[in-house]
Design a protein around this ligand. Structure first.
Ligand code: NAD
Length: 390
């Protein structure tokens, strides 16, 4: 039985794993019968995007990363055909807010949702929209668009979005006249929800994969009021606002998911500027919103506490390679976390298989959250702690 759509929770293998030379681990791809699909992207960017396996992608830079044991991609367990419990999102429509390149969690979530058959709409931060659309059109993301069945992820439409503004009345003059916003309209949360309603009527899945903390590199003790409040506005209230405006067009049984980080509950030096507080608020809001949206609209609300990923936003914080190395040394599972593993969890959470899960913080971090100590401390040298052979 061929799986035309869907992520399947089995390990049969009628697919062949091809790891394109020079690709990063998460870009190892499955091709069926050696073929790669050439579906056109149907976003308003237009253009036919033909995938290529020949383009070399620079390898990542963390030295320890390459000592990592098996590069298990999320696709290994999820992209095969055969029998099993299927994540089937055919007929569902997803709006994924916070995608501006192919390196972050938002992109990986969109891909997993698309692999399961969902239609994909994206919300892209206005100042990043132009470059994102140009890159899409020029095929820069073609390799990353390949889905487990060899076809390409289709993006039905990309909407400009700035999630710190709820409606046009909120937008200050300096933003209205800012040249990075020139030529774009209807990008406040309320307007985007209205546009999606006008274009498609409804959605089933809402993904919030965005954050911003202008003072993230500053310790909390040195963070300004404005920096702190901006972090909470962009990284936490933005989710409240998105859900508030999208819930009326979400079909009952729908699901929403956001991304959080362990710094909400444990001290992570270097994750400053109020971002730890913003993630704590996001997790607390997840519970309250799960109650309110569940009771009133039969919508589920969950958040994924993800381990470290070398995304654009994470690189800006400045210590992402250190966090990846720390996880490799200290997590129960000594492998690099791939964005696909988070994407697949989001697809599961969006699916009917997770129909009783709401208000939850789901850890996708190789188990690092469960550790009470860092076992790489020299103090533990005498203990015979099993280590991977990397
Ligand atoms: P990313 O750079 O791919 O995503 C962040 C996105 O937020 C970008 O596309 C950016 O354009 C967008 N954005 C910023 N301000 C915005 C605004 N006002 N309106 C709309 N969009 C805006 O990086 P990522 O690391 O994949 O981040 C996605 C989510 O994952 C974030 O919530 C982040 O905190 C969370 N997370 C990341 C890590 C990690 O290590 N990378 C770990 C745990 C959680």
């Amino acid at each position: 039985m061929a799986a035309m759509f869907g992520l399947q929770m089995v390990t049969a293998s009628s697919y062949k794993l091809l790891s394109c030379r020079g690709l990063r681990p998460r870009e190892a791809m499955f091709f069926r019968d050696g073929a790669i699909g050439t579906a056109d992207i149907a976003s308003h960017c237009g253009g036919s995007l033909v995938p290529s396996c020949s383009k070399k992608t620079p390898m990542s830079t963390s030295t320890k990363t390459f000592k990592a044991v098996a590069k298990v991609t999320g696709n290994d367990a999820a992209s095969v055909s055969g029998h099993g419990l299927q994540i089937d999102l055919r007929g569902k429509r997803a709006f994924v807010a916070g995608v501006a390149d192919d390196n972050g969690y938002g992109w990986a979530i969109a891909k997993s949702l698309a692999a399961a058959g969902a239609e994909i709409l994206l919300g892209t931060w206005v100042p990043a929209l132009n470059i994102f659309e140009t890159s899409l059109r020029r095929g820069k993301f073609d390799e990353s668009r390949v889905l487990p069945d060899g076809s390409l992820m289709e993006i039905t439409k990309v909407y400009p979005l700035d999630a710190v503004y709820d409606n046009p009345e909120d937008v200050p003059e300096e933003i209205k006249t800012n040249k990075r916003y020139a030529g774009c309209s209807k990008w406040t949360v309320q307007e985007v929800a209205e546009s999606v309603k006008e274009d498609f009527g409804s959605i089933d899945i809402l993904v919030h994969s965005l954050a911003n903390g202008p003072e993230v590199t500053k310790p909390l003790l040195e963070t300004s009021r404005n920096g702190y409040l901006t972090a909470v506005s962009a990284s936490s209230y933005s989710f409240v606002s998105l859900l508030k405006h999208f819930v009326p067009i979400m079909r009952p049984g729908g699901s929403s998911v956001s991304l959080t980080y362990i710094a909400s509950e444990k001290i992570i030096p270097g994750y400053g500027g109020g971002m730890s507080s913003a993630k704590a608020a996001l997790e607390s809001d997840t519970r309250v919103l799960a109650f309110e949206a569940g009771r009133k609209h039969k919508i589920r609300v969950n958040t994924i506490s993800a381990g470290p990923l070398r995304s654009r936003a994470a690189k800006a914080i400045g210590f992402i390679d250190m966090m990846i190395d720390y996880s490799l040394d200290n997590a129960p599972l000594q492998k690099e976390l791939t964005a696909d593993e988070v994407g697949n969890t989001a697809a599961f959470l969006a699916s009917p298989l997770a129909s009783a899960i709401t208000g939850a913080v789901i850890y996708v971090d190789n188990g690092l959250n469960a550790m009470g100590v860092g076992v790489d401390s020299p103090l533990f040298a005498e203990l015979s702690i099993p280590k991977s052979s990397h």
